[in-house]
Design a protein around this ligand. Structure first.
Ligand SMILES: [Zn+2]
Length: 377
C-alpha cells in the first residue's frame, strides 16, 4: 500500500511538472480545448463563431470578432438544443464532443461561406435613377463650381412605357441575390423606387462602405429607334486617373460577359468626362447601359423577367472575371462562380484569357487605357 501511494505521488509530481512545462494543448484530445463561455475571446472563439455560422445558428459578415458575446451564447444554446445536451450556453467538452459527433455522423451538415467563390468581395450595385427625378443641383466634382442635376429622370420604354428606373432596380436586385449566393457582400444604393439619392450621395456611400468597385446599372435612349445594343461607360483616364485603369478593366470584363450572355451586340465603349458619380468615386466604377429603351425589340426584351435574369447572370460573370483578372480570386473560384451563374460546365473557359482578348479588340476604339493584365492566370 505504502509503495503504491508513493508511486502515485511520484506520478502526480511528474504530471504537475509536465503540466507546468507544457501548455494544456499538448495533453491530449479531451483537454486540448478549454470550455468557451460568455466574455471569452481569442482564436478559439473565432473558430467557434465560424462553426456556428456554418450551421446557420449565427450570422455575421466577413471575419468573426473572436468575442463570445450574448449572441454567441444564444447560438451555443441553440446548438445544445439540437444536440440534446445541457443547454447552459457554455461550449465545453460535452457540447464539443456531441458537435463533432453530429457533424461526423452526418446529422448536422455545416456549410462554410468562406469556401464560396466570392467570399470576402465587397461589391457596390447602383440601380440608376429613382421614382422621381431630383432637379436640384450638385457639384459635378469635389471642389468644382460646375453644377449638374442631382438625379435625372432616366428614359422610358417606347413600347412598354416601363421606366428605366424600374428595369435598373429589377436587374440590380437579381444581381445582388446572385452575388450574395456566391459569398459576396453587396452594398446596394437602393432597394426601392421611392428613394431620393443624388449621384454624389451614391458615390459617397460606395466610398464610405469601401466597396472593391461599384457598378451603375442604366438603360439607354437614342433618337434613332433602330439603334440597339449595350454600352459600358468608364471614368476618363485623365480626370479620374487614380481609378481609370481598374475601372477600364472592370468595364471590359462586364460588357464582354454581358453581351456574350444576353446576345446583345456591343455598340460602343467609351470613357466619360463630367460624370458626377465617377468624379466623386474613390474606387473603380463603371456604368452599364443594358439596352436601348428607344428600340421596341430591346424594350420588350428588357420587360421580361427571364431576360432580366440573363442580364444579371452576364454581369455576374463579368464581375467574377474582373476578380480573376485583378488577382483577387484564383481560377478555381472563378470557374465555380461562372458555372454557378451560367448553370453550365465551364468547358473552354478554363484556358481563356478573355479580358486580354477583349482589351485587344477595344484598342480599336482607341478609348481605354490598356490595364495591367499580367496577373491573369
Ligand atoms: Zn440612366
Amino acid at each position: 500500500m505504502k509503495r503504491k501511494s508513493l508511486k502515485t505521488a511520484a506520478y502526480l509530481l511528474i504530471f504537475c511538472l509536465l503540466a507546468a512545462l507544457f501548455p494544456l494543448s499538448s495533453l491530449g484530445e479531451s483537454a486540448r480545448h478549454s470550455a468557451l463561455k460568455k466574455g471569452d475571446s481569442g482564436e478559439e472563439v473565432a473558430s467557434l463563431q465560424r462553426e456556428l455560422r456554418a450551421l446557420r445558428l449565427l450570422d455575421f459578415k466577413g471575419e468573426p470578432s473572436g468575442v463570445f458575446t450574448d449572441e454567441v451564447e444564444r447560438a451555443v444554446i441553440a446548438l445544445q438544443h439540437l444536440l440534446s445536451v445541457k443547454a447552459d450556453g457554455i461550449y465545453g467538452t460535452n457540447t464539443r464532443r456531441a458537435h463533432i459527433g453530429a457533424v461526423e455522423g452526418g446529422s448536422l451538415t455545416p456549410f462554410y461561406v468562406e469556401e464560396l467563390p466570392l467570399y470576402g468581395c465587397v461589391i457596390g450595385i447602383d440601380a440608376g435613377h429613382q421614382q422621381k427625378a431630383d432637379l436640384s443641383l450638385e457639384p459635378i466634382a469635389p471642389g468644382s463650381g460646375m453644377m449638374r442635376f442631382s438625379m435625372s429622370d432616366g428614359c422610358v420604354g417606347v413600347r412598354t412605357s416601363i421606366r428605366e428606373s424600374v428595369i435598373n432596380l429589377e436587374v440590380s436586385l437579381i444581381l445582388a441575390e446572385l452575388l450574395e449566393k456566391l459569398g459576396a457582400d453587396v452594398v446596394a444604393s437602393r432597394e426601392y423606387e421611392e428613394v431620393n439619392l443624388s449621384n454624389v450621395q451614391r458615390a459617397k456611400l460606395m466610398n464610405e462602405r469601401h466597396v472593391d468597385f461599384w457598378l451603375r446599372i442604366h438603360c439607354d435612349h437614342s433618337t434613332d429607334p433602330s439603334v440597339y445594343g449595350a454600352r459600358i461607360l468608364v471614368p476618363n483616364s485623365i480626370v479620374n486617373f487614380n481609378i481609370a485603369s481598374r475601372s477600364a478593366l472592370l468595364g471590359s470584363c462586364i460588357i464582354r460577359n454581358y453581351c456574350e450572355t444576353v446576345g446583345t451586340e456591343l455598340l460602343l465603349s467609351r470613357a466619360m468626362t463630367g460624370e458626377t458619380g465617377f468624379n466623386w468615386s474613390g474606387v473603380p466604377v463603371a456604368a452599364l447601359e443594358l439596352g436601348y429603351l428607344s428600340n421596341a425589340a430591346s424594350d420588350i426584351a428588357l420587360s421580361s423577367p427571364a431576360f432580366r435574369r440573363k442580364c444579371a447572370e452576364g454581369i455576374g460573370c463579368g464581375i467574377a472575371e474582373y476578380y480573376l483578372a485583378s488577382g483577387r480570386i484564383d481560377s478555381n473560384r472563378y470557374l465555380e462562380a461562372f458555372s454557378t451563374l451560367r448553370n453550365q460546365e465551364p468547358g473552354e473557359k478554363a484556358d481563356g484569357l478573355f479580358a486580354l482578348e477583349f482589351e485587344k479588340n477595344l484598342r480599336g476604339f482607341g478609348i481605354f487605357r490598356l490595364p495591367l493584365l499580367a496577373s491573369i492566370k
